[in-house]
Design a protein around this ligand. Structure first.
Ligand SMILES: C[S@@+](CC[C@H](N)C(=O)[O-])C[C@H]1O[C@@H](n2cnc3c(N)ncnc32)[C@H](O)[C@@H]1O
Length: 144
């Protein structure tokens, strides 16, 4: 399995702390992620790589609402459970979450308008969003 160590660390070592500290971490991440959200347009389809507990995923979902859609992908199941719970509580319907390694998970070609990498070690050279996405993001997200 690719990124086996990353998978183990995030699931066994870091995830519980991220879930517990989620409100505080959200407050720290939001100012970094928010300027990037302005680029997103209603109706777009967005991939949030390393979505964690979905701070950015849910903000993206609001931006693209109502026709757009956001998929969050992450290796850490405890964080995805928290993400799903948050989406359910908010009544956010235009998101889904995938538990997988973003570097190897097969995605259909050209189905994503943008890829976000908010502090994601899945894409160390693309820690901010870019439009058009950088080559690495295009490979990961399979977008044009
Ligand atoms: C620093 S956290 C960022 C969380 C989130 N982007 C946010 O804004 O709250 C990094 C996330 O990347 C995930 N991650 C690390 N390697 C990954 C990979 N290869 N594929 C998918 N997710 C990965 C971790 O599980 C973790 O949730």
């Amino acid at each position: 399995m690719a990124n086996e160590e990353m998978f183990r660390r995030w699931n066994e070592q870091f995830a519980a702390g991220w879930v517990r500290m989620q409100p505080r971490l959200d407050a720290q991440i939001a100012p970094l992620a928010e300027p990037l959200l302005d680029e997103v347009e209603k109706g777009e389809t967005v991939l949030d790589v390393g979505c964690g507990c979905a701070q950015t995923t849910l903000a993206l979902a609001e931006r693209v609402d109502p026709e757009g859609h956001v998929t969050g992908i992450d290796v850490a199941r405890p964080m995805l459970e928290q993400a799903e719970e948050r989406a359910r509580k908010r009544g956010t319907r235009n998101v889904d979450f995938v538990a997988a390694d973003a570097q190897t998970h097969p995605l259909p070609e050209n189905t994503v308008d943008r890829a976000y990498f908010a502090l994601s070690p899945a894409a160390p050279t693309a820690s901010v969003s870019e439009t058009p996405p950088p080559a690495q993001a295009r490979r990961l997200a399979r977008c044009p």
